[in-house]
Design a binder for this molecule. Sequence first.
Ligand code: ADP
Length: 481
Amino acid sequence: MQVLAVTPEIYPLIKTGGLADVTGALPLALGQRGVATRTLIPGYPVVMAKFKKKKAATQYSSLQGGKASVHAVKIDGLDLLVLDAPHLFDRPGGPYVDAGGKDWPDNWRRFAALSQVGADIASGALAGFVPDIVHVHDWQAALTLAYMRYGAAVGVPSVITVHNLAFQGQFGASIFAELGLPPQAMALDGVEYYGGVGYLKAGLQAAWAITTVSPTYAQEIRSPQFGMGLDGLINSRSTDLFGIVNGIDPEIWNPVSDPYLVGKYAPTAPKSREPNKRAVEQRFGLGRDKGPIVCVISRLTWQKGIDILAGVVDEVVGAGARLAVLGSGDPGLEGALHAAAARHPGRVGVVVGYDEALSHVMQGGCDAILIPSRFEPCGLTQLYGLRYGCVPLVARTGGLADTVIDANEAAVAAGVATGILFAPESGPALVQAVRRMMTLYADRSAWAAMQKQGMKSDVSWDRSAVKYADLYKTLLARKAA
Ligand code: ADP
């Protein structure tokens, strides 16, 4: 089976969030099941720097305002199709924002171009490659399915994965004329959305199947509270809606061999995490004591509930926990956390920035990872936490609810608990959860048992890859019928 994936990010080349982890890991896991994936990605500078251009697989004399070409390359075991379009992608800054953090004003054009090329490849533009399935990720690739639907690739089965419904790619109606779609596409059952053009909406409408990254989130987005205005459409497609939890790369996230760790350790010996804990204390300026360190590794945003945490830091510290926060995002939240650190020297440490290496050391040394999200499509940091014996302390929502087993009395007695869940997403509930954690932590053998149980959880891609492969097969069977 041949799959064409289309994505704006892929680990290890370009990553701003969990989406990249998924698109980077899934092809490798599917490869072991006879599913070959080629992934179309934009030729950002960091991607172009990874290979020498040879003969293009296909070329465009004009693609959304400039010349473009597609290059077939293998990088880090990934079979990539890189869209080289300098007028769209050769610029500094992030994949979606300029160096000042502002969205590129032509994002609609950049990702329409990516999508157009995706649809061309779906219809056989590359010699010797006829995809059986097209699998697109998030709004940046979603328009692929509209180009397919109104073009030559209309009969190719397709999947759209929504990593976060909050990001929808909503633009004014004036761009429609430049998308190259036929006039009938500007309709309620096409790309039209609240009077403008909705990229994610168009993809949800056209996809054969819709997946999101956990079963609970798949249910949640059918409600007005989580549906972000798309719950009506998603409900109308509920028979084609699936929730498949993400996995993690067990090679990269392996405490036995993780090169970032100060001290490596086996799942059977969580005590050997100590050197990492000392390193975290040093890096975050935390005083040494016997109590637990709770960490946060996150975008600092409202979605992640960081404002909830900022509002109760004093109570969290009062309960006896130390806090190490790594993240960046909302400047107001960064300021609130810095202020909390200043109020609690030696008890609260904050590092603003994105630091992959430090995030590994924190998972390897902290006692718990706090994720107070208001909504969480899947979440990856709790999965790393499970694997590293860094006990998840998480809001009961989305993928967090699907992957962590709460340490209630029955679960502890049965030896199946892997973390602490709390609801609702509020300051008092968070503080209550921290107090519960302190009680559990005080019973050292019970805590170690919970760590070990978490480290035994299957958080690899294997199970999820089987589900994606099964979904692909179902769609192929539907096509044949
Ligand atoms: P989201 O994609 O919504 O940001 P996820 O939990 O799905 O949240 O994925 C976040 C990913 O980014 C994880 O791999 C996490 O370790 C990483 N991450 C987030 N913030 C930082 C940071 N400041 N430094 C290093 N890694 C981070």
